[in-house]
Design a protein. Sequence first.
Length: 69
Amino acid sequence: MELLITPLYLLFCGLGIASLVFFVVVLAKIFQNNRAGIGAACIVLFFVCGIGQLIAFVYGWMKSKEWEL
């Protein structure tokens, strides 16, 4: 069982880091396109309850063609 835990732990750590990097990229695009209100809300909600990252990803997904993400 110990042999399985280490690769899964590394996989989840890698996915967490990638998710954080993508969150920062989407936030940068949000602020570049003069959407400071939604950007600030995403940052606050990220630290308060963690849902800010989900909001940023959904909003970025909706605007991905327009913003060339």
